[in-house]
Design a protein. Structure first.
Lengths: 306, 338, 248
């Protein structure tokens, strides 16, 4: 039991860092540009497919990822310039509808380019094995890679936002848009850059997950809602909130799915637990979101407003 | 009601609102509503069942869109979870039917009640928040409902459940396609009239005021939260009704009707037709489904032009189709109903 | 014998270390126009929002007719008889002028959970709204859309809406802002007539208006009240002259 628990905890952590990569981009784009991007999940999907093709082309997953990153950044940049930029002045309803349109287009374009079937990405041998992390606890190497690269990126983002000039601009942009433009910073480029950064983060999440689940059409459309739950719980616009909430949600969701049925069986008869367990565990994160909101409508770590 | 003497200066300010509006949209609106009834009749008379079913789908989704319009168009609440109410309404038909309860007098009230209850609980939480939080939270709650029904293996889970018999009304038989269409059309008309009454009532004025300027409403003494929540519950119940119809229409109940992209489609219908206009959602549903039908006949990749059309609408068409119709192209101003 | 309607005691509010309201105390009497003046950024708006519950103070209390309303919800304050106009015109632009005021009337005449009868046919609402429009001389514009009004007329509408709730305490946030000379003059007359049976807290930049209308004036500088007194006292106050009037 405790072995299984530890392994599921790690699985939860892995889901958590993936959610963080998605949520970080969402919360950056929302916090700074006040833009709601439903199509963020499409960037996740596009990242996965581009990485798949490049992996086959170069013969190496690692090269696939490395080469796919600038391409996804470019896609994000273009996306910003062609569509998103024209929507900053409109209301959230317009954002939501337009990016919903983008999802339809992106799903179809990916299907036209790669076909309707999912693509499995092969891992090199040194990543596809398993390691014994603690005596008696064996865990897939690649999942460890996901966790550590996710944490590494989180640390990098923290550094970027706290210590660099770009980070300062990002923070300033969030609180005072006109001031940034008064400083002579090209706000258009800054916004496009931030958007591309968000795209890369989402893309990396897609690349990292697809060796496990395959790259499939519409793969981003479900996880994006979970990412929404993460930033709602964490507080929209807060990077720290996104990180903590992502890990929390990832772990709770994973543990709920594996253990809730057994826990319920302690309290109610096992036949009912058999039915209620899956139902409850699939609703668990939403229930947690509801509780957090009922207590703190602005989320756990609301960004400071002026 | 006691007869009150009307002061002279007030006379011109006491006009009752008109169902079909007063602008030039009026004729067109009536025309479309008549056409929506007459064309399927004609098709059926000529033995074409397909168009009757197709029209029934339009009418059912129009009810859902009308219900969304109440809170989105008039209330300014961008709810991205309306498909959940459709789904709940459909399961309120499917689940009792599975257990052998066939009566429509159980199914339809249950559908409306269950949807209203879901609206009450989720609305009570999500309406505490604003703007983009509200959008995402309604979306998340709808997803919760989706996963909930997906996990119910007993009721088909992933595969959905077949409805062997349509809801039993007793005096009418809605397994007859024509009867079904007529019932749906009547219910649509009822929902439109209800919405019309609501938005022009005291309650509706408050709801629209909250949309226009919430801070002002609070300063005037209104508990905006209570009014919004009430509207949300009404809208949910109405959408549950649409769901019960849709379940019957498809003879099949599945979580597919409640994915979040369905919510997006409903929203698109409302925006397309013109949010905050009474008949806009009907027009939106017609155009949406026609477009879907025509495009998908040409290519399986119809989502591509469809998505492009959506973006085009958002960027360039303000006020929806209804806005296009009632816009005065010379002065650029809008006239007509509201 | 005057009666204290509104009493503010040691109100305090800080935003991330910046003190916006610093130990502010004052009162407003019945039949009095009490003006609050101060340079830009003195914290006038923050002070107002705390009186109406749109923001809550960190410390201190607000009493209205002897009742502590410090933490009362905004909409409930209206029921007690507090009303306000907004600095930035805050009306329902897509409603007609009469509908705007009728909506204000409706807030205090019966309840609004009525779903059937069209509000535009309720004689009682319309009549009360029309009366309020008469008071601000906007009755001729009743059927126009609020968005079609001139700036000055919108300011009048603001006040009509506030009046329509039958307030005992009226807060006017820069009612003259952006008005021409003629419009200002008529607003001046209107405000003067409003203070009977009421208390008015007036926030205004136009010094002629303030000194011409107010019975008492409080001067707010950097969140602190540096003086309260009659217009004459304020004129003579050396601190005020230095901090505020001296600039001109």
């Amino acid at each position: 039991m405790s072995t299984l628990f530890l392994i599921q905890l790690l699985n939860g952590l892995q889901l958590g860092v993936l959610l963080f990569l998605l949520a970080a981009g969402l919360t950056l784009v929302f916090g700074i540009m006040d833009f709601v991007n439903l199509a963020h999940g499409s960037l996740y999907m596009i990242g996965a497919f581009i990485c798949a093709s490049l992996t086959f082309w170069t013969g190496s997953f690692v090269w696939g990822v490395v080469l796919a990153i600038p391409i996804v950044a470019g896609v994000g940049f273009l996306f910003e310039v062609i569509v998103v930029r024209h929507l900053y002045a409109s209301n959230h309803l317009d954002h939501v509808l337009a990016t919903f349109g983008i999802i339809l287009i992106a799903d179809t374009l990916v299907q036209l380019a790669w076909g309707p079937e999912g693509i499995a990405i092969p891992l090199p041998e040194y990543l596809s094995g398993q390691v014994e992390i603690l005596p008696g606890i064996i865990f897939p190497t690649f999942r460890l890679v996901i966790i550590s690269s996710g944490l590494l990126i989180a640390a990098g983002l923290y550094w970027l936002i706290t210590y660099t000039k770009l980070g300062m601009l990002i923070r300033a942009g969030a609180s005072n848009r006109t001031m940034v433009s008064a400083l002579g910073v090209d706000i258009k480029t800054l916004f496009a850059g931030v958007f591309a950064l968000g795209a890369v983060l989402a893309g990396i999440a897609g690349m990292l997950i697809s060796p496990i689940t395959e790259a499939t059409i519409g793969m981003g459309n479900d996880i994006i809602i979970t990412a929404f739950v993460v930033i709602i719980v964490g507080g929209i616009g807060s990077m720290k909130g996104a990180f903590i909430a992502a890990i929390l949600i990832g772990i709770i969701d994973t543990l709920g799915r594996s253990f809730l049925k057994d826990i319920l069986a302690v309290f109610i008869e096992s036949a009912s637990a058999e039915t209620a367990g899956p139902a409850l565990s699939s609703m668990l994160i939403y229930i947690i979101m509801a509780i957090v909101l009922a207590l703190r409508p602005q989320g756990l770590f609301p960004p400071k407003v002026r | 009601m006691s007869v009150q003497e009307i002061p002279k200066e007030l006379e011109s300010h006491l006009k009752p609102p008109l169902l079909f509006g007063s602008g030039r949209g009026r004729v067109l609106t009536i025309f479309i509503m008549v056409l929506l009834f007459a064309l399927p009749m004609l098709a059926w008379g000529m033995g074409n069942q397909f168009y009757l079913d197709f029209s029934s789908r339009i009418v059912c989704l129009a009810i859902a869109a009308v219900s969304l319009n109440l809170i989105l168009g008039y209330g300014g609440l961008v709810s991205f979870g309306h498909a959940a109410f459709v789904g709940i309404g459909a399961y309120a038909v499917g689940i009792p039917a599975y257990h052998g309860y066939e009566s429509a007098w159980l199914h339809f009230p249950l559908a409306m009640f269950a949807a209203a209850l879901f609206a009450l609980v989720t609305g009570a939480i999500s309406l505490r928040t604003k703007g983009v939080y509200f959008i995402m939270i309604t979306m998340a709650f709808a997803q919760m409902a989706y996963y909930f029904f997906l996990s119910l293996e007993e009721y088909g889970g992933d595969d959905g459940m077949t409805l062997w018999d349509r809801s039993d009304f007793g005096f009418i038989d809605i397994s007859n396609k024509l009867t079904f269409f007529m019932l749906a059309y009547v219910l649509l008309a009822v929902c439109i009239c209800l919405t019309f009454k609501i938005v022009h009532s005291r309650f509706g004025m408050v709801l629209r005021g909250c949309n226009s300027n919430e801070a002002r409403m609070k300063a005037l003494g209104y508990n905006t939260y209570a009014y919004r929540l009430t509207a949300y519950v009404i809208s949910g119940a109405m959408c549950g009704l649409a769901g019960a119809l849709i379940g019957n229409l498809q003879d099949f109940v599945t979580t597919d009707t409640m994915t979040w992209t369905r919510s997006g489609e409903l929203m698109f219908m409302v925006i397309l037709g013109g949010a905050g206009s009474l008949f806009g959602p009907v027009l939106g549903a017609i155009v949406f489904l026609l477009l879907e039908e025509i495009l998908s006949a040409y290519t399986i990749h119809w989502h591509l032009p469809f998505g492009a059309f959506l973006i085009f609408c958002v960027l360039f068409v303000k006020g929806g189709m209804n806005g296009l119709v009632t816009r005065d192209w010379i002065t650029g101003s809008k006239q007509g109903e509201k | 014998m005057s009666k204290t309607l509104l009493k503010v005691e040691s109100l305090k509010k800080t935003f991330g270390g910046v003190v916006a309201t610093d130990d502010v105390s004052f009162d407003v009497q019945l039949n009095e126009i009490h003006a609050v003046i101060g340079p830009n950024g003195a914290g006038k708006t923050t002070l107002i929002t705390q009186l109406f519950g749109e923001q809550l103070p960190d410390a201190g209390s607000v009493f209205f007719q002897g009742e502590n309303i410090t933490r009362l919800a905004t909409n409930k304050r209206s029921a007690k008889g507090l009303a306000r106009s907004f600095q930035i015109t805050s009306v329902f632009f897509d409603f007609s002028v009469l509908d705007n005021v009728a909506l204000a009337v409706q807030a205090h005449k019966g309840h609004s959970f009525k779903f059937w009868q069209a509000a535009t046919t309720e004689i009682e609402l319309r009549q009360a709204a029309m009366d309020a429009l008469h008071k601000v001389k906007l009755d001729k514009r009743a059927s126009m859309k609020a968005s079609e009004l001139s700036h000055g007329e919108r300011r009048q509408l603001e006040i009509a809406m506030a009046l329509a709730t039958n307030p005992v305490f009226l807060l006017l946030d820069e009612p003259m802002a952006g008005m021409g000379a003629e419009e200002s003059a008529s607003m001046f007359g209107l405000l003067k007539s409003l203070k009977e049976q009421r208390a008015i807290l007036l926030v205004e930049h136009d010094m002629d208006v303030v000194f011409g209308l107010a019975d008492r004036i409080s001067v707010l500088v950097y969140g602190r009240l540096i003086a309260t007194g009659t217009p004459d006292e304020i004129r003579r106050n050396p601190q005020v002259r230095e901090a505020y009037l001296g600039e001109e």
